[in-house]
Design a protein around this ligand. Structure first.
Ligand code: LLP
Length: 383
């Protein structure tokens, strides 16, 4: 809940801005740390969800590793106190420059998505006289039942190595002296709400593990990626970490000496952030009332890009309930946060919170229309 005191403070601040409730973040991190320690798993926070430096420092202080997709993310992780030994590097299109810098830093693992990529890493590692630890990101062909743009583990996905190519990869690896296969990696999609999807992934991992064992290949790292969803209807609700961890405990057969890794992003940071905005105008449409707010798709692109629904609260009105289309100022029809939603009577100057916006909100902001990037405000500073 956003307190009356905090709402009072919001009135003094220029909008739009992201508000991060750091108590919510810390309590989420407590749970992730407790569950990981209890199971002996290593969680790597996926920086792409939110790489605000202050947020990163808090997350690193809980002992999590980092999942990065560019050298700039690795550098941000290092600056925030993450250890190279806890950093994994993913992505279908790693550049030579990024690979070289990551090799120099001696990160813990390159999650590799194709044979050509492995060959390039081998070549660049040999120039540095190093052996790069790698994991194969395998496409397990599992439907994640989430939005198609964030589904990543089905046949037509650009991500991961096809299962029918694994034989070939292993044959090629024999000749590559500067890479060392340490594990397998998966990530089948994001905002996954059906636990049964993760159960299917576990079953697939067990099958693949058998294949590697039969071929005499010893893996020490099993990485299940991220994907645990959050409840966008109920911003106060915590992600289902306990269920998720116990499912992994119950269904993945780890072999002696193996560590299970995971890469949560949204579930760590999503519920602690809200995008705070002011109402500029109420305008009559032919069939609706538009509440035009000063935040737009440049601040939070998820509704425009994935038809995502975020709960919207009017923090400063307790009037009668009416229906509104809540829209931003950007010159695009998709700059719409919600259609025909119930809000208490809304007027110019009211303060609006778009909830559950901590993940893929600030991180995906742009300067389209030459708008300013949204600022970040932290609960600790308002106390
Ligand atoms: N690991 C890998 C390899 C990933 O590609 C991702 C997210 C994660 C971990 C973290 O997944 P999470 O736990 O956050 O679901 N912009 C989209 C989400 C894109 C996710 C991309 N990959 C959105 O706003 O819904």
């Amino acid at each position: 809940m956003i307190s009356e005191y905090t709402i009072g403070k919001f009135r003094e601040i220029e909008t739009p801005f992201y508000f991060y409730d750091l108590d919510v973040l810390r309590s989420t991190l407590d749970t992730v740390r407790k569950e990981s320690m209890h199971s002996g798993y290593q969680a790597h926070y996926a920086l792409k969800a939110n790489s605000n430096p202050r947020i990163l420092r808090i997350i690193s202080s809980y002992g999590l590793g980092a999942d990065c997709v560019s050298w700039n993310e690795i550098a941000a992780a290092l600056d925030a106190g993450f250890q190279p030994s806890g950093i994994v590097f993913a992505g279908v299109g790693k550049t030579d420059k990024d690979i070289e810098a990551a090799l120099k830093t001696e990160i813990s693992c390159f999650n590799c998505e194709s044979i050509p990529e492995i060959e390039v890493i081998n070549e660049l590692a040999s120039r540095q006289n190093k052996t790069a630890p790698i994991a194969l990101r395998i496409n397990p062909y599992i439907e994640a039942h989430t939005h198609k743009y964030i589904t990543t583990g089905i046949e037509e996905s650009k991500f991961g190595i096809n299962t029918w190519e694994i034989d070939e990869v292993i044959r090629r690896l024999a000749a590559l002296k500067n890479v060392r296969l340490i594990g397998i990696h998966f990530h089948i999609g994001s905002q996954i709400s059906r636990m049964s999807v993760f159960k299917s992934l576990c079953a697939r991992i067990n099958e693949l593990q058998d294949w590697f064992s039969e071929h005499g290949i010893n893996l020490t790292s099993i990485n299940v990626g991220g994907g645990l969803g959050i409840d966008y209807e109920n911003p106060e609700k915590k992600p289902l970490f306990e269920e998720y961890f116990s499912l992994l405990n119950d269904f993945i057969n780890l072999r002696p000496g193996q560590t299970l890794h995971l890469e949560p992003g949204r579930s760590v940071i999503g519920q602690c952030g809200s995008l705070i905005s002011r109402v500029l105008f109420i305008k009559n449409g032919s069939n609706t009332l538009f509440a035009i707010i000063d935040a737009g798709m440049t601040d939070l692109i998820r509704p425009a890009l994935y038809q995502a629904h975020h709960r919207i609260d009017n923090l400063t009105s307790k009037g009668h309930i009416y229906r509104y289309d809540v829209v931003g100022p950007v010159c695009e029809t998709s700059d719409t946060f919600a259609k025909y939603i119930e809000l208490p009577e809304t007027k110019r100057g009211d303060i609006i919170a778009i909830r559950s916006a901590g993940a893929y909100g600030e991180a995906m902001a742009s300067r389209y229309n030459l708008r300013n990037l949204p600022a970040a405000v932290f609960s600790d500073d308002l106390a």
